[in-house]
Design a protein around this ligand. Structure first.
Ligand code: EPZ
Length: 423
């Protein structure tokens, strides 16, 4: 295993380019590999562990995937393989995305039931409910979800769950509905930018999805989808993470390849906390003219403040001049990073879904451990802002969603080394 050793205290300065969105490319690659009848080419694909894991799942189903210069060439499945086994699914929950498309294309699917993870229980009841509404028979036994249907049939489906809309269920059901007979209307659909990117990709394949970007999606089923070429949208969470990094190191960083609507809720909160954002046509310059101010943040589905930026925001607010709060409404157990930040000198107290963050004047380097992707990201960012050396272990979590994070940050002044655990 590897770890990152961060020599803190440097001010970040310079220009950094944002990659394609992890959470967009995962369902798009699934659609290309399972629903399409011919080759698709995806551009702006980040080189991440999650993308490689998903590629292995899709290759196990019979697709053929080649990566060349940031693009994925996806030749769709060519045999009747319909099982996504435990060994692959356990590595990445997003493997559940193959469920709907497999039933739509092959009439059946057997997908390992994904477990919980470090950010709390992550049920799939809405995915199952949606497919059942499309006429699939679904059964969960011996750790697997079995689904089958001769042909899916369009229906009205409400996908609002206990914690609001579900990104994954919306993607799964929307993909399945593209090949169903008749029209499907999804109420309470997730509106995240990566869901819209998936819908645009499906339409380019010949699907008929209406209402993109809204909470009501209308999908008129078609008989067949073909391969297409698509440039994946940029990663709003990677951009938000680097915005926070710039602000926490009192830096001056230009973040290229991101637009204001993608990061709206995050930008609003950063500005409220005293960060200056100067947008132009290609990106945003991030500076912090004065002391960071305390604020209150509540996570919510898009267009609310994203749960995937909650950890990074907690890092930032730990250096504000007063008491802030963060309420986590999406993944209610997603607070493991608070204890690690406290090891670095932060003053964070948890009360159920709420974190109370008393700002401190500085952080100090410490050995810390990444418990999930975004928890890992905040430890790297806090390590750059802290005095002295921080060692972040279990960085395989970070590599799932940030391509060569240390190289990018070193290019704008950070001092981060990747070493193996034995060193
Ligand atoms: C996606 O996960 C993202 N993953 C997550 O990003 C992100 O945190 C999450 O959306 C919310 O934005 C990918 O896109 C691959 P959900 P997903 O279904 O689809 C509940 C990251 O750091 N729910 O929108 O699994 C669920 O428990 C990752 O990049 C049900 O109750 O999330 C949660 O409280 C981590 N039943 C809420 O809905 C279901 O069937 C939202 O989850 C499904 C979900």
């Amino acid at each position: 295993m590897q770890k990152l050793i961060i020599n803190g205290g440097a001010r970040l300065e310079g220009k950094i380019q944002i990659n394609g969105s992890k959470n967009a490319v995962l369902p798009i690659a699934v659609a290309a590999a399972i629903l399409g009848d011919s080759v698709s080419v995806l551009h702006n694909v980040p080189n991440l562990t999650d993308v490689r894991t998903l590629s292995a799942v899709l290759e196990g189903l019979g697709a053929s995937i080649t990566r060349k210069n940031g693009s994925l060439y996806i030749e769709p499945i060519n045999r009747m393989e319909y099982e996504a086994p435990y060994d692959l699914v356990r590595k990445m929950r997003a493997s559940i995305y193959v469920l709907g498309p497999l039933v739509a294309k092959l009439g059946r699917a057997k997908v390992s039931f994904p477990g919980g993870c470090a950010i709390g229980p992550r049920p799939v009841d809405l995915h199952i409910r949606g497919l059942e509404r499309l006429g699939a028979q679904v059964e969960v036994k011996r750790g697997y979800i079995y689904a089958q249907a001769e042909r899916l049939v369009g229906a009205e489906i409400d996908l609002i769950g206990q914690h609001g809309p579900s990104v994954g269920a919306t993607a799964n059901v929307m993909m399945a509905a593209t090949l169903a007979e008749g029209t499907t209307v999804i109420q309470g659909a997730a509106c995240e930018p990566h869901i819209s990117d998936l819908a645009r990709f499906l339409n380019a394949m010949g699907a008929d999805v209406d209402g993109i970007g809204t909470s009501t999606l209308t999908i008129r089923g078609v008989k067949q989808l073909h391969g297409t070429e698509h440039t994946v949208i940029s990663d709003d969470i990677e951009a938000g993470t680097f915005m926070v990094a710039a602000a926490m190191t009192n830096g001056d960083v230009y973040i290229e390849g991101i637009t204001p609507p993608q990061t709206h809720a995050v930008s609003e909160k950063l500005i409220e906390a005293g960060v200056q954002l100067d947008w132009d046509r290609t990106g945003v310059r991030v500076t912090t003219p004065g002391q960071l101010k305390p604020i209150d943040v509540t996570t919510a589905p898009f267009p609310g403040f994203p749960t995937d930026m909650q950890a990074q925001m907690m890092g930032l607010l730990s250096l504000a001049s007063g008491t802030s709060t963060i309420t986590e409404n999406v993944h209610t157990d997603r607070f493991i990073h608070a204890a690690e930040l406290n090891r670095m000198g932060a003053d964070i107290r948890l009360e159920g879904r709420k974190a109370i963050i008393n700002g401190v004047s500085s952080l100090s380097g410490a050995p810390v451990m990444a418990s999930d992707l975004r928890a890992g990201a905040v430890l790297v960012v806090a390590g750059m802002a802290a005095a002295g050396e921080t060692t972040v272990s279990r960085i395989y979590h970070i590599d799932r969603g940030y391509e060569a994070i240390e190289k990018k940050l070193n290019s704008i002044g950070a001092d981060i080394r990747r070493v193996s655990d034995s060193e």
